[in-house]
Design a protein around this ligand. Structure first.
Ligand SMILES: *[C@@H]1O[C@H](CO)[C@@H](O)[C@H](O)[C@H]1NC(C)=O
Ligand SMILES: *[C@@H]1O[C@H](CO)[C@@H](O)[C@H](O)[C@H]1NC(C)=O
Length: 250
């Protein structure tokens, strides 16, 4: 009997040590998405900024398998012990998105099925709203454009233009990672909008808190952003990179 108790005690101590070592510190790099997927054990994550001016974009996605009600999922602005609880799920059934301005965000997880997509982002407007288009070269490594002051609210009455070309005349992939631009009265893009022109085609984009990661392809892009005199939101984050030719002989 004494042996049994001491092995229980040993097991308890071991579990306790395991729990203590299961807090993960994740340092997010600017514009490098980090995905945390399905840790099927109790764990705490602390996400840290590596850039003072940057802000976290966070999207939590439930897994496809049936929702597990037995677990918890808590997201805090700040540290788990002292921070502000932003949301909590017993069963995560829907996508949750969130822009966090604190220095740290953290989450406590206990057996849910989910993944979290996070990105550290900041203003990359590069003076495009000052009157002249900003010329940018697409390269193999992804670069980014945003509204001014992103992801804090963009200014009213701006007219911004980016001209994106490939120095090697390769095709460019342009991805709208995040879109939060005032929509018009009939869900149309007549108030504020992004206009994307490429190879004779024209697309108008607006929408509130959209994380579709829609991608366009073209040989060059002219991107305009227009805001009217009222109604501002958090703006947009667009990434672009040059596509590599894998089979030159095809
Ligand atoms: C934005 O500025 C450009 C260049 O000055 C101009 O051609 C265009 O008409 C402006 N767009 C709007 C919607 O004001
Ligand atoms: C965009 O850049 C290309 C290449 O430099 C140039 O030919 C084109 O006129 C520019 N368009 C605008 C609107 O500045």
């Amino acid at each position: 009997m004494e042996n049994l108790i001491s092995s229980f005690q040993r097991l308890f101590i071991l579990l306790h040590i395991l729990k203590e070592t299961c807090a993960n510190n994740v340092n997010l790099q600017l514009f490098e998405p980090t995905i945390i997927a399905n840790p099927f054990h109790e764990v705490s994550y602390v996400l840290q900024k590596t850039d003072d001016d940057a802000v976290f974009l966070i999207e939590t996605i439930p897994a496809k398998q049936p929702c597990k009600t037995s677990g918890n999922f808590r997201f805090y602005e700040g540290n788990g012990k002292t921070g502000i609880l932003r949301f909590e799920h017993g069963c995560m059934a829907e996508v949750k998105t969130w822009v966090a301005d604190s220095n740290t965000v953290s989450m406590d997880v206990n057996k849910p099925a989910f993944s979290v997509w996070t990105l550290l982002a900041k203003d990359q407007s590069q003076g495009a709203c000052l009157g002249d288009p900003v010329h940018l070269f697409a390269e193999r490594r992804e670069k980014f454009i945003t509204t001014a002051t992103f992801p804090r609210q963009y200014p009213a009455q701006v007219n911004c233009t980016w001209n994106i070309t490939s120095p090697n005349n390769r095709n460019i992939a342009l991805t709208v990672y995040y879109l939060d631009v005032e929509v018009g009265p009939e869900r149309n893009c007549v108030f504020d909008y992004i206009k994307i022109q490429s190879d004779g085609k024209e697309e108008y984009l607006c929408g509130e808190n959209i994380w579709d990661k829609e991608t366009f392809h073209g040989s060059h892009f002219l991107v305009d952003f227009i805001s009217d005199k009222s109604g501002v939101r958090n703006g947009f984050l667009i990434g672009f990179h040059e596509l590599q030719i894998i089979h030159d002989d095809l």
